[in-house]
Design a protein around this ligand. Structure first.
Ligand SMILES: [Fe+2]
Length: 142
């Protein structure tokens, strides 16, 4: 969300990406199918738990499907999703070089430093949800 403020990405897509891109990950190691499986999973929820227009859904599915393939995308919302994910890799001791980031905002030294420190702290998901005004105790997952 911090990156999106600089890049102009769609906040609704970025938020949904943050919450769901690894939902089907089966381990913290190599799991080449998790992007595909997470993209399939999120498609089932549109219209039921959130409402994204066709363009937003297309961006979200692309961002999730290919987020771990090391690609660069032409759309700023997809770029922002991928950069946010890459900036969080410090949690597993992987540090993306600036040339592997899509947006100028992500290559900013202050952002890199902030994101790396945040990733090291492994900020729990519930803290992020709380900052967004969401409470896990009121979320229903079927
Ligand atoms: Fe992932």
């Amino acid at each position: 969300m911090r990156l999106a403020q600089s890049t102009g990405a769609r906040l609704d897509v970025v938020a949904l990406f943050a919450l769901s891109h690894d939902v089907c990950r089966t381990n913290e190691g190599i799991d080449r199918q998790h992007g595909l499986e997470s993209a399939k999973w999120i498609q089932k929820l549109n219209g039921k738990y959130f409402h994204l227009d066709e363009e937003g859904m297309d961006l979200l599915v692309r961002a999730i499907r290919y987020h771990s393939d090391g690609l660069i995308h032409e759309d700023v919302t997809v770029q922002t999703c991928w950069d946010a994910d890459r900036l969080d890799l410090a949690r597993v001791s992987i540090f993306p070089t600036p040339e592997r980031l899509c947006t100028t905002a992500a290559r900013n030294a202050d952002i890199l430093s902030w994101a790396t420190e945040r990733a090291f702290r492994k900020v729990p998901a519930f803290e992020t949800l709380k900052q967004w005004g969401l409470d896990l105790n009121t979320c229903v997952v079927e």
